[in-house]
Design a protein around this ligand. Sequence first.
Ligand code: GLA
Length: 502
Amino acid sequence: MCFRRFLSLYLLAGGVAVLAADLTGNWVVAQPVNDGTTRRTYFDLKQQGDKITGGIRTGQFYYHVADAKPNAEGGYTLAASMMDGHQERKTQYQVKLSGDELHIWTPGRNGRPPSESVAHRTAAGEGAMPAKIPVPALHKVRYNGLAKTPPMGWNSWNKFASRVDDASVRGMADAMVTSGMKGAGYIYINIDDTWEGERDPNGNITSNKKFPDMKALADYVHSKGLKLGIYSSPGPNTCAGYEGSYAHEAQDAKTWGAWGIDYVKYDWCGARNIYSDEEMQAVYQKMGDALLKAGRPIVYSLCQYGRDDVWKWGPDVGGNLWRTTGDIRDTWDSMMKIGFSQNDHAPFAAPGHFNDPDMLEIGNGGMTDDEYRVHMSLWSMLAAPLIAGNDLRSMTQGIKDILMNREVIAIDQDPLGKQGTRLSQPGEQEIWVRHLAGGARAVALFNKAGDRAKMTVQWKDIGSAPKHARDLWAHADVPLNGNQWTTDVPSHGVVLLRIDSK
Ligand code: GLA
């Protein structure tokens, strides 16, 4: 141990000596957020010479210190690591003691410079990872009878992220009605992450300053003939680092029921610190059971990014829908990559239980209208939930025409609930088919290329030649005269047909 540290021995009241120049202790960075909550990051460290061990809790993550090296600034570089399912996550901090403060430099991400924060000593054990509660034995959760067709609505995350608040949700409910979205079938107004406040002394979850009265908000949304959704995590923290439902599952479900919540998105995030992927089913089952006792029908939306083959057990935990992928972004590449990779999940979709390739980005500005038509058509072919993610208060006519194309929505909402599949993939083109109630079919011709393309469907590939076909974007019947049908499809575009053999 170096001489410098011996110089700054503190003698505490009880006669216990600690090394002041030693990082040993529990340190907290407390950053107030403008919604009234405080973001706390903990560094619970133990130092012996240059050896530093311990844990770091930041947002949804609990890392352990894997390595520490003295750095050029007279502090240390801490390399931290955690297991996330079967994958290791790593991060790094520079730390330096300065009097009673621990200065911390978080690595700069996405081209941003490192940010500095200051931690102060706090009580031992504060912010520690909670003890693991054993998961329940598996059983089949009763179907709640909801979502016979894929849920339709709006969610705050894609456009608003942490900026969502009571006023914007009310505004969205108003716009849902006045824009015609409600009339077209969009019913759920879903608040995503960042609504959460602290727990009260009885452990009841509260909403933060942005949402002064959740029950009043639910009453308002209901008064418009719409339904209200909310978000949580089976972990101690949500993805955005807010309070999760860990150890409060039944209590939270009851609170949501009492507020008048109709839809819950349950996002794995903070749970990754506590449970293994193999325990996911039991963890999701716990909330499935709790929601059935919440006192009102609640759609159950599983969000764990398609890990552990969720489509195989989603219905068994009472799930009405389950995410099959990571987060969508408002780009052609992201949308395409997600949408066109859903083929293998088709057998698992059925009324009441749908694959969820994530929310819509239509209207958020990152794609052309042709690309958004692909998005809408593909999601409808996939029997995917249609959860708009744009600002409904300011939609162009073009975006309204895409989101409210009732003929396309009818494909998505077909009562058979059968997900479409890929018929062929000639080059940069793809043809998908979906079986519809009454023997009809939807046929989508997608062109992913940078140039227009001539595409042809051979009727024999999908059974017999239809008697009737309708172009659902042109809103016009198309003439049929033979064993095949050929059309021009715009670059990054789609032609969507509904065909009937009667
Ligand atoms: C995850 C989910 C997103 C969104 C955010 C909120 O990334 O996949 O859909 O809910 O968390 O923090």
